[in-house]
Write a protein that binds this ligand. Structure first.
Ligand code: DOR
Ligand code: ZN
Length: 425
């Protein structure tokens, strides 16, 4: 017995299907797509009037396990993922202890399998304990299951180490994801440096902390002819540097987060600590530039940078709160509201940014496209339905969202992973 999706309007990155199709999933794969498939003994999901997308993929998520299970676990993070329409997530290694050894990688894979809701791919650290002193054994970590490596939470400041990491990554055909922020320039800033930080009296983090790292990484990638993926780009200037690098053939890819195109640094004037995030919320010009860069392909994909923190962690003064906000459950709704509805991108481009491109960037060859033979990971949405973000509605263990009370567009109706319904509204 398989799972049969009836009357599916299929949205792939290259086109929206003209006529509804039936999609038959069996043994974890899409085995047949045709205008009418007999239901037989299959479980049936009716997608009439809805859009069926390749399962959404978020390659930048923090799950906090091991070490901070009070903030999030692999189980609660997976629940948040499938509620947000994600069938695949990649989790960052800045846990306690840091994911820098094969045992930790295997632990995450095992626990994610036990939970059994979505695909969870752990990333390995670039440097041991993310101390920026010594490289991890990337070959060993790749064998354990890592496809990508990052010291996210901070940059690899040691340029020589970063160069070596890029060389190993090229040899091993894995991806380096860089958190671009030079802490010597950030110098204790807690929000974007600019007119708002001056007005409200919070210490500013200047944009150059991001752009000098972007420029360095692009230069190293150019020199080595290696790939580099730049995390959570937040600035107009970063987009300009990436656009130029791409025009020169540098193998650079980049991501942006919904909070960086939905909010400006004015949001910090509320002193709501859920607006404290790294890199910080920027100015209006940057927001516009990020949107443009998503539309023109400078920014390849959209990620949430889901960064859960407890109420206790965040219920302190702005200066003392940790950086980060949750995003798995609001990422799709914010993208539809801020980018699709205003016509900045259409649904096919959204599918590219939230499924097809991330699959390609990290090398998930059987994901990101609805096609016979591909994995049966699907997200069924009503892109017009409005819903209101509420604290009680979050299934993530943490609730640190600046979007509580916002009306978003686009309701996830079903999330299907490996041919199994893992979420239903
Ligand atoms: O705001 C952030 N929070 N940015 C990061 O890069 C790390 C993350 C976290 O781990 O909390
Ligand atoms: Zn992050």
């Amino acid at each position: 017995m398989g799972l049969l999706i009836k009357n599916a309007t299929i949205v792939n990155a290259d086109k929206i299907g003209e006529k509804p199709q039936d999609i038959l999933c069996q043994d974890g794969k899409i085995i047949k797509i045709s205008p009418s498939i007999n239901a037989g003994s299959h479980e049936v999901v009716d997608a009439k009037g809805k859009k069926v997308l390749p399962g959404l993929i978020d390659i930048h998520v923090h799950l906090r396990q091991p070490g901070h299970e009070d903030k999030e676990t692999i189980e609660t993070g997976s629940m948040a993922a499938v509620k947000g329409g994600f069938t695949t997530i990649m989790c960052m290694p800045n846990t306690h202890p840091v994911i820098d050894n094969p045992m930790s990688v295997e632990y995450i894979i095992r626990e994610a399998k036990r939970v059994g809701l979505c695909n969870v791919y752990p990333m390995g650290a670039i440097t041991k304990a993310q101390k920026d002193e010594e490289l991890t054994d990337m070959a060993e970590l790749k064998s354990a299951g890592c496809m990508a490596f990052s010291d996210d939470g901070k940059a690899v400041l040691n340029s020589r180490l970063f160069r070596l990491a890029m060389e190993y990554a090229k040899m091993l055909d894995v991806l380096i994801i860089e958190h671009c922020q030079d802490p010597l320039l950030t110098a204790g800033g807690v929000m974007n440096e600019g007119a708002v930080s001056t007005r409200i009296g919070l210490k500013g983090d200047p944009g150059i902390a991001e752009t000098v790292t972007v420029a360095r990484d692009i230069e190293i990638a150019h020199y080595l002819n290696s790939k580099v993926h730049l995390a959570h780009m937040s600035l107009k200037r970063s987009c300009e540097l990436i656009r130029f690098a791409k025009s020169q053939g540098v193998k650079v890819t980049a991501e942006a987060c919904p909070h960086h195109f939905a909010l400006t640094d004015e949001a910090c004037a509320s002193f709501d600590t859920s607006t404290k995030v790294n890199p910080p919320l920027r100015g209006q010009e940057d927001v516009e530039a990020i949107k443009k860069a998503i539309a023109d392909g400078t920014i390849d994909c959209i990620v949430s940078d889901h960064a859960p923190h407890t109420k206790e962690d965040k219920e302190v003064g702005f200066d003392d709160a940790p950086f980060g906000l949750i995003g798995l459950e609001t990422s799709l709704g914010l993208t539809i509201k801020e980018l699709v509805k205003p016509g900045i991108i259409d649904l096919t481009k959204m599918v590219d940014k939230m499924s097809t491109a991330p699959a390609r960037i990290v090398g998930l060859k059987s994901k990101g496209i609805i096609k016979e033979g591909f994995d049966a990971d699907l997200t069924i949405i009503d892109e017009n339905k409005e819903w209101t973000v509420s604290q009680a509605g979050f299934v993530s263990r943490s609730k640190n969202s600046p979007f509580i009370g916002w009306k978003l567009r686009g309701q996830v109706e079903y999330t299907i992973c490996g041919g199994k319904v893992v979420y239903k509204v």
